[in-house]
Design a protein around this ligand. Structure first.
Ligand SMILES: [Zn+2]
Length: 364
């Protein structure tokens, strides 16, 4: 049953999202991207607003910040659009804003990064200041993005040794983000990307005047198969307490050592702090595990190599794209059931949390 919410392509996911939003009587907006999708189709970040326009509380659910991770986020959004939870939210003065395909180019073209090889979850930083140096990434860049694809045996051996040597390095870690290698992994870019500007304008307009905003940003690719790690990276202690009381003691503050995700700079959800400064905010990055990390890493290396070799043989390019899709989207019914089951519980907890803080009058 769960599998029916998952689509095979970006184009199919978009069409189904728009149809379901229409059926749910949502207010829909489309922000069309300047480039085309892999099949020549129009690509866009679409939004659906369900609930009163003047709702005091807002739940945002966003998908596809990292391209094909959007298969899961889109399925979560589609399931929610058909769920009676929406009615319960509306009755308690909680509106829901679904942001479909933060990175529509990557979703359609099956790449985690955007049209400029930017990792959008490293792009929402303050570009008036230099991006933090990442000496750990610096040490390994030349091995991560090889000269040839597939990588040579020598490259694989050297990379494995370097990864073992750097395994304890977390802050920064290899994936914390870097601004020096536009052809590399986890690249921040040097200015706000199209998706950054688009998301900020959406959040600024729809978040204006709200009392409390919660944000679930759905990702995949890290952690145990099908498990949704609830990552919280916010600073004020009272916000962490609130998040713990809503989402439970398995919430992971991203600064803690046990998180599957290292501390990063330029997180998407943090833009709400800047765009909606008067609202109380409770953001979460929801990270579902897929395949073992060496397979995920290999797919990302292939993606980076391909970005630097647009003349690659079509069969090589197609194989890399497929490996990226497989690394971030497990096409298996048990996995899909885990994704949607955990998401529904989180959506309910978040709606209850937003409504309760209003009813008790104790936010922010
Ligand atoms: Zn992600």
């Amino acid at each position: 049953m769960s599998a029916r919410h998952f689509s095979r392509t970006y184009g199919e996911a978009r069409q189904r999202f728009l149809e379901a939003a229409h059926k749910a009587a949502a207010a829909i907006e489309s922000h069309v991207h300047p480039l085309k999708g892999a099949e020549g189709e129009e690509i866009a970040t679409d939004t659906a607003w369900v609930g009163p326009a003047d709702a005091k509380n807002l739940l945002i659910v966003s998908s596809g910040a990292h391209g094909p991770e959007g298969f899961s986020g889109s399925a979560c959004q589609l399931a929610l659009l058909g769920d009676e939870l929406l009615g319960r939210a509306t009755q308690r003065d909680v509106a829901v804003l679904l942001i479909h395909a933060v990175n529509p180019f990557g979703f359609s073209h099956l790449k985690r990064t955007n049209e400029d090889n930017i990792d959008l979850n490293r792009n929402f930083n303050d570009f008036s200041k230099p991006y933090p140096d990442n000496p750990v990434y610096e040490e390994i860049h030349g091995l991560l993005v090889p000269e040839t694809w597939p990588p040579s045996a020598e490259n694989e051996t050297q990379l494995a040794a370097a990864m073992t040597r750097l395994a304890g390095q977390r802050n920064p870690g290899v994936s914390s983000g870097q601004a020096r290698h536009p052809d590399g992994l986890f690249y921040s870019g040097t200015a706000p990307a199209w998706s950054n500007r688009t998301i900020r304008s959406i959040v600024r307009r729809h978040g204006a005047g709200r009392r409390h905003i919660a944000w679930l940003d759905v990702h995949t690719g890290l952690g145990p198969y099908g498990h949704g790690e609830k990552i919280f990276g916010s600073n004020p202690p009272q916000t962490l307490q609130r998040a713990l009381s809503w989402w439970g003691c398995d919430l992971i503050a991203s600064t803690q050592a046990e998180s599957v995700s290292p501390r990063t700079v330029g997180h998407i959800t943090y833009c709400a702090f800047e765009e909606c400064p008067t609202a109380a905010l409770t953001p979460m990055t929801l990270e579902y595990g897929t395949l073992p990390s060496p397979q995920v890493r290999r797919a990302l290396r292939g993606e980076a190599w391909l970005a630097g070799h647009p003349d690659a043989a079509p069969s090589v390019a197609a194989a890399i794209r497929q490996s990226v899709r497989d690394a971030f989207y497990v096409d298996a019914d048990d996995w899909k059931g885990m994704i949607l089951g955990q998401f529904r519980a989180l959506a309910l907890q978040t709606i209850n949390g937003l409504a309760a803080t209003q009813e008790q009058g104790n936010a922010p």
